[in-house]
Ligand binder design. Structure first.
Ligand SMILES: Nc1ncnc2c1ncn2[C@@H]1O[C@H](COP(=O)(O)OP(=O)(O)O)[C@@H](O)[C@H]1O
Ligand SMILES: [Mg+2]
Length: 273
């Protein structure tokens, strides 16, 4: 554990230098250089099916009552990220099934409704990739092969509209923890970031208590959001994960998902840090 943590601290320190932006807010605003526009135009577009999204509890394609809680979460997240100059967010949870992929998908479409932002979303829960299914995209190109250096990244991406880019996986990956720790992964992500200049990148991560994939990846993000399942995730697990996240990155907040009783009605997404 000591080793992982010192490696993470070292990698973060070396990465932070160029990311220390003099005017972080300016970098989150969309000014599209021609090369970036060309890179986005070159990505194969997909169309999302609104009914399929609804079925999977993704409500943010258009503004509506059910999108409000996610839009508020998005806005709070953006405000904090702008203030700090953060652009990469890991979405993780103590265990499986807390709602990481559902929340990532909702945040992605909510962010995409902000025309002045470019959003990149990457499914890194390689043991249980689910983002493509949640978004209703059948047979997505396997992005993990690009991470491994076996395919050109731009061929493994899909675009929704003109400002949301998706890196998805249709099949689980063996040795996912080792893959995520390979040096090439950082290079591939940097290359995609340079080409597409996303304002925000969301990473749908594996659960923290099922392996070391997430912990080992935290040096590559600026901050993390912890999704916990109301009345299911043990408090001790929340504490442990929040503490581990706090030691290795900036904690953006804890999202309390699947609340049964909320002021607004059926869905509750508490948020606090
Ligand atoms: N707020 C919610 N209320 C009810 N069910 C939810 C909610 N959020 C997610 N779910 C459901 O819980 C299951 C697990 O969600 P998922 O996003 O796949 O979790 P994870 O990515 O953390 O494993 C899915 O069936 C999803 O539709
Ligand atoms: Mg998931």
């Amino acid at each position: 554990m000591e080793k992982i943590q010192s490696a993470i601290a070292k990698a973060r320190a070396s990465r932070q230098a160029p990311r220390n932006l003099s005017d972080p807010a300016a970098k989150l605003t969309r000014v599209t250089p021609p090369a970036v526009q060309e890179a986005w135009d070159g990505i194969e577009a997909v169309t999302l099916n609104p009914r399929e999204l609804q079925r999977n509890r993704v409500f943010t394609l258009n503004a509506c009552d059910q999108s409000t809680s996610f839009d508020m979460l998005r806005t709070r997240m953006l405000r904090q990220m702008r203030a700090e100059g953060w652009r990469r967010v890991a979405v993780t949870s103590p265990d499986q099934g807390c709602g990481k992929s559902t929340i990532t998908a909702n945040l992605a479409l909510s962010l995409a409704r902000q025309a002045d932002l470019r959003t990149l979303v990457i499914d890194l829960d390689l043991r249980l990739p689910a983002l493509a299914r949640v978004l209703g995209i059948a047979n997505p190109p396997q992005f993990s092969e690009a991470l491994a250096g076996d395919a050109a990244p731009e061929e493994r991406l899909r675009r929704v509209g003109d400002n949301l880019c998706l890196a998805l996986n249709g099949a689980a990956v063996r040795g996912s923890a080792e893959l995520l720790q390979r040096a090439e992964v950082a290079h591939v992500l940097d290359r995609i970031e340079r080409a597409l200049a996303p304002s925000v990148t969301l990473f749908d991560m594996p659960p923290m208590l099922r392996g070391d994939d997430t912990l080992a990846f935290l040096d590559k993000v600026d901050c993390a959001m912890l999704v916990v399942e109301a009345e299911v995730t043990p408090v001790a697990d929340v504490d442990r994960c929040e503490q581990e996240l706090g030691q290795n990155t900036n904690v953006l907040g804890v999202v309390l998902n699947k609340l049964r009783h909320t002021e607004s009605g059926s869905y509750g997404y508490g948020y606090g840090s």
